[in-house]
Design a binder for this molecule. Structure first.
Ligand code: HEC
Length: 158
């Protein structure tokens, strides 16, 4: 049996290329793509919240529907922290409702993100109890956390 001595070198070369690709990825992500990711994320969040609220209007809310919706909301609460990379704010030629203050008042914005994440976790706990009144109250609080941020950091739709 012959030993292919070139193999480790080839593997090393491939690994180097793969690593270079990973390192280069953030640089290659254009602001437009980052804004797309953010807006798509919020659309999914909005749709999940609507599904939840529609579910709660039913005479006897269906637990699997509520559970699936709250999981999507929790996922968004985790992902939101990656939705505001530097350079993804408003600038000529890009369409975004994110205000520049998000990057200028990072600490305040972060508090509102955390507030949303806390309410999403509370909603998940309420859903797990199956108590419709508690779930409705938690959903209202969650809606308040969306509004608090939109009022301050999102350009009003016209
Ligand atoms: C910490 C701030 C913050 C929180 C919390 C927040 N949002 Fe937003 N939301 C934004 C910003 C900023 C935008 C504008 C994003 C852009 O245009 O780049 C936005 C946009 C949206 C959009 C519009 C997406 C589109 O089609 O353009 C929807 C829908 C939305 N949010 C729903 C929600 C819901 C529902 C919640 C709560 C469950 C929520 N958001 C919580 C900041 C927030």
């Amino acid at each position: 049996m012959t030993i292919d001595r070139s193999k480790p070198a080839k593997l090393r070369a491939l690994a180097a290329i793969a690593l270079a690709g990973i390192a280069a990825a953030p640089l290659l992500a254009a602001p437009a793509d980052q804004i797309r990711t953010r807006i798509d994320g919020y659309r999914d969040l909005g749709a999940a919240f609507k599904t939840l609220n529609d579910g709660l209007r039913a005479p006897s809310p269906q637990p699997p529907v509520l559970r699936a919706a709250v999981q999507r909301i929790r996922a968004a609460a985790g992902r939101q922290y990656g939705w505001y990379p530097a350079g993804s704010g408003p600038r000529p030629g890009v369409k975004t409702a994110a205000k520049p203050e998000i990057w200028a008042q990072g600490a305040r914005f972060r508090q509102l993100q955390d507030g949303f994440a806390v309410q999403a976790a509370a909603l998940e706990r309420a859903v797990s109890t199956g108590n419709a009144a508690a779930i409705r109250a938690a959903a209202r609080s969650l809606g308040g956390s969306c509004k608090a941020c939109h009022d301050q950091f999102r350009v009003e739709a016209n």
